[in-house]
Design a protein around this ligand. Sequence first.
Ligand code: ADP
Ligand code: MG
Length: 588
Amino acid sequence: MESLHDRVIVLDRDLRHVEIYGNSRLERDNDPERWLGKTAAEISGPAAAAIHESMGRRALAGETVIYEWSWEDATEGRLWYQTRLSPIHATDGTVTGIVSVSHEVTSIRRALDSTTAGEARFRTLVNSMDGMVTVFDPELRVTGVFGDWTDRARREGDGPLADLVPAVLGAMGEPAFGEAAGRALAGEHVTHDWSMSRAGGRRHLRSVLSPIRDREGALRGVVAITRDISRQREAEDAVSRLEQARQHGQQLESLGRLAGGVAHDFNNLLTVINGYADLLRSSPALEPAARKMAEEIGRAGERAATLTRQLLAVGRRQTLQPRVLNLNALVLDMVDMLARVLGEPVELVSHLSPALGLVRADPGQVQQVLMNLAVNARDAMPDGGILTIETAHVQFTEEDARWHHGVRPGTYVLLQVSDTGSGMTSEVMTRLFEPFFTTKGPGRGTGLGLSIVQGIVKQSGGDVMVYSEPAKGTVVKVYLPLAPGTEVVEASDPVPASGERGTETILLVEDEARIRELVGGYLERLGYRVLTAADGILGATLVEAHGQAVDLVVTDVVMPNLSGPEMVARLRAGGRRVRVIYVSGYTA
Ligand code: ADP
Ligand code: MG
């Protein structure tokens, strides 16, 4: 007994130490002999002995008691013991005392403490991770759910996460996820992207599944880390759509350049062909049969010239004659003609913004744009429908400008043509602007209409957007930049042009004699008295030296000697009230 490493003590009914055996560390500090006949409280004070007293009383009542206790050792630090108390029964069954066996468990206790702390730490870490950590057993049953989601879901009560977590767990039981989990169970790391539709919109999820191996390397299950990648996915989608649009725009541009380049050279050749065909036709020596042939050549040449002009528009190589113009006026001018093109069953409606800014564009070209769009709309509405022409202002931000390939931020005037026709599939939509792309039968469509529209609009610094769905109709938006130096102003009612005459005196200043005569003639026919001058100096002299009273000055701007504005300034400096209309070929 004395050789035991454990300490064995026999206590009497008063919990006094009666016998002490064993070889425990306690002996180093305390001579066990000193303990004999004493209670624990008498040895180490009532507080330290409290646990022994209470456990001892339980043992005296007949119970076998196991408990742990510790004390602070001066050199070793805190030492832990496990003590077992067994009642000693007399033959009549009464308890006469207790046998206490104490065993030191410090090392076990320390190991245990650090594991518990480690596990708590680990749990905190896992629960701090963004998303959800799910643990599966080898049968792929969920055995644990951790992560930030579960914590937040619990706190939220019934927020979006409280809705998502159970839904995600449920979906993990479905075959698609099971397949991924199965691969992980076979030892692979698997990234599984999936999505589910929830109340707040579609959620894109990414689960990374990894096999769980035990120390021997055997597969014990799967752990999945699931995160919400919706934002990231949306951003990626936006970038790839942007990139696609950009590439498509570049493709179309190079196609257009090719068409324009070919047309340019071809046009030069046509000039020669048509020129000689003309000469041939007018040659008196030609036989009638040969003249007929020359005429056919000429006609074909003219048709070819029309086609090349269209191709030049596609390739943005037309010579534009831009003017500052009001799109409303242009639309109103065309309404009658458009109605004829559209025919009976199509109703033409226009909503023109009254305060429309001016654009700087070639009016003939813009007419061509409107005409091509109207023709397409008509073709899309063989059984009739409504064609709506609208004008409005649009402000493009930096962000918008990124979406419109090659368009600068700023104010644009919108010309919108919508129809209630057949609409387009997305395949047609992607090829729409390709030169010669048509869905119309041979002889019915050239496939150039929209390519020309785009060529013209882009050359004018604008952009075209098309929105369409099969059977829902089509909306074409043509954006043209606001003319530089102009503002958006409320339009006043235009003065009716017909039947107006006058009797006042007008000073007409213009350096080009032919134009001076032409304009002077018009004004005189309208009843005005017209004074003419060939430049600013002469004009000013007429008024100053000869004391002519002038009601209105109509003058060119750029002239030799004294320009129009300089002349007007000189007249006003002389104290005259001068009303003036400037006329110029310099549209800008
Ligand atoms: P074309 O009219 O000669 O076919 P376009 O370049 O004008 O050539 O148009 C190309 C194609 O785009 C058309 O063949 C048609 O399929 C489609 N399209 C254009 N505008 C419309 C529209 N308003 N409604 C339905 N489809 C349209
Ligand atoms: Mg067309």
